[in-house]
Write a protein that binds this ligand. Structure first.
Ligand SMILES: Nc1nc(-c2ccc(Cl)c(S(N)(=O)=O)c2)cs1
Ligand SMILES: [Zn+2]
Length: 269
């Protein structure tokens, strides 16, 4: 049989789904600096060098492409000159994509947890380190632990609709199957995020991609301020999206279990 592809636990348990669940993921997935983790706030170490972020291009209103990649929904950002710097990062980072993790249970859809508490969803904005210098070696030297910076936002259920999320929520009905993509109504990243002044408080640690090959090259930022969506907006993700073209398994619970912190320290700004 063909090498079975990686999948989440909910897919591995579904009938006739031959795929590798999280405990069988390969690559770096069984190493010891993995993500996500449970963040124990009392043990997080304050770090004065963790200053505020400088966001550029987050205000830019664009119609962007969103696709169902079989594991999540992914909004393409890479051609937009969206960048971050500051925030204790060693240099500037360019945004490439944003995607989310979610469940139909309001306390089971985030990948990171805070003092054991999980949220309804988690949004990841993925950025790649800007290459310094033009020499070939400068490009090869990019195999450090912070090639990727992910900004993670926890999402909880709230009483009010989140207007900034409608372009994404409305697009989901057009991309039910893996491999489908569509253009969103125009929006800016700021439309989807908490107000900038609320983004000064965050947790910081060194970890990995939460999907195979789980490369241990991610500097993680988990913001303390969460995003609020109304319940019906959250449930659209689990209702309209499917992991498989046959539409047998709803795309939900695309959440990796928390990993051991090991000898790592979580810092806080
Ligand atoms: N095929 C897919 N890739 C991803 C992905 C890619 C890069 C990254 Cl950094 C991540 S995560 N969850 O660690 O932020 C996920 C999702 S689904
Ligand atoms: Zn992610």
């Amino acid at each position: 049989a063909a090498e079975s592809h990686w999948c989440y636990e909910i897919q591995a348990e579904a009938p006739n789904q031959l795929c590798l669940g999280p405990s069988n993921w390969t690559g770096s997935c069984q190493k010891n600096r993995q993500s996500p983790i449970d963040i124990v706030t009392s043990k997080a170490k304050e770090d004065q060098t963790l200053g505020h972020f400088i966001f550029s291009g987050y205000d830019k209103k664009e119609k962007r492409n969103v696709s169902n990649n079989g594991h999540s929904v992914e909004v393409t950002l890479k051609n937009d000159n969206i960048e971050i710097s500051g925030g204790g990062l060693p240099t500037g980072y360019q945004a490439t994509q944003l995607h989310l993790h979610w469940s139909s249970e309001m306390n089971a859809g985030s990948e990171h947890s805070i003092d054991g508490k999980r949220f309804a969803m988690e949004m990841h904005i993925v950025h790649n380190k800007k290459v310094t210098g033009t020499s070939k070696s400068a490009k090869e030297a990019q195999n450090t632990g912070d090639d990727i910076a992910v900004l993670a936002f926890l999402v909880k259920e709230g009483p009010k609709e989140n207007e900034g999320f409608w372009p994404l929520v409305e697009a989901l009905a057009h991309i039910p199957k893996p491999g489908m993509d569509t253009e969103m109504r125009e929006f800016s990243l700021w439309d989807m995020l908490p107000k900038e002044e609320k983004l000064r408080h965050y947790f910081r640690y060194q970890g990995s991609l939460t999907t195979p090959n789980c490369d241990e090259t991610v500097v993680w930022t988990v913001f303390q301020e969460s995003i609020e969506l109304r319940r019906d907006q959250i449930l659209v993700f689990s209702q309209k999206l499917w992991y498989d073209a046959e539409q047998r398994v709803n795309m939900t619970d695309n959440v990796r279990p928390v990993q051991r912190l090991g000898d790592r320290t979580v810092f806080k700004s």
